[in-house]
Design a protein around this ligand. Structure first.
Ligand SMILES: [Zn+2]
Length: 270
């Protein structure tokens, strides 16, 4: 009986102590704790939201073309801020099995297929060891336009850190073609979306899985055609990051303009 009374006293005593601690030690319930919880959620969200950056040329002409020192400063910023540049395919694998990244990551893409990809981007990619995806439109290389690049150089880029993917056949406005909806325009859409994929697969000797809309323009019909053509994902120029837990077929890309400051760029990728 005596033992039971001692036990009850002990239980009551420890309960009183616990309650006292809870209401008097600030760490248990104060504002700091709430702020920290908020911060923790913020970090988790940030590791779930992955930006895909979009660049074009590196010759310093026009709003979307970078000077080499500018793009170098961007690459250096990612390194200084310990942002990991991952392959586009790594992001897609994460979308299929949604788990947040342990660190901050971004994806870098380029559009069109300018000669500077070979002369300026390739040395930069080798120096920083960043994987990059380049979306090209196949007519640029079929019609021997003055790009300076050819299939042989593209194959070389593809084997040296610059993954080549599809950006249509002739860089046509696909929404315009889709809206026409005539036998002729439907044939053109087939060539732009499906035949360009097949041509690239023959010339590059690999499967083409990703499609970037010319001018970033798309509608539901185009998205459906791309899916039927066998693309694993399509890419717009819609503003914003991609959330790992939302496994979208169409992914957003952040257009990087030449007049962005490093601060502005940092805000985009946070
Ligand atoms: Zn383009």
């Amino acid at each position: 009986m005596k033992k039971i009374i001692i036990l009850i006293i002990l239980i009551v005593f420890s309960l009183v102590i616990s309650l006292w601690l809870f209401f008097n030690i600030p760490e248990f319930h104060n504002e700091e704790n709430i702020v920290w919880k908020k911060k923790e959620n913020e970090i988790k969200t940030r590791l779930l939201a992955i930006p895909i950056l979009l660049y074009h040329n590196i010759d310093g002409k026009g709003a979307f073309s970078m000077d080499l020192p500018v793009i170098r400063s961007h690459f250096q910023l990612f390194k200084n801020k310990k942002i990991r540049v991952i392959k586009l395919s790594e992001l897609i694998n994460r979308l299929d099995k949604p788990v947040p990244f342990d660190d901050r990551v971004i994806v870098i893409t380029f559009d069109d297929g300018f000669n500077s990809m070979y002369t300026k981007l390739l040395p930069l990619v080798k120096e920083f060891q960043y994987p990059v995806t380049l979306f090209i439109y196949s007519d640029l290389f079929m019609k021997m336009k003055k790009t300076g690049l050819n299939w042989e150089k593209l194959r070389y880029l593809d084997k040296n850190g610059i993954d080549i993917q599809a950006h249509s056949k002739s860089h046509a406005d696909l929404v315009h073609l889709s809206g026409e909806n005539t036998p002729g325009s439907r044939g053109n859409l087939f060539r732009e979306i499906y035949l360009s994929k097949k041509a690239m697969e023959i010339y590059l000797g690999k499967e083409i899985l990703f499609f970037a809309f010319p001018y970033g323009k798309y509608d539901l019909n185009i998205v459906e055609l791309a899916s039927v053509a066998g693309y694993k994902r399509v890419f717009s120029t819609d503003y914003g990051s991609n959330i790992i837990t939302r496994n979208n077929y169409s992914l957003r890309r952040q257009h990087i303009k030449r007049n962005y400051t490093l601060n502005e760029l940092e805000k985009l990728i946070q």
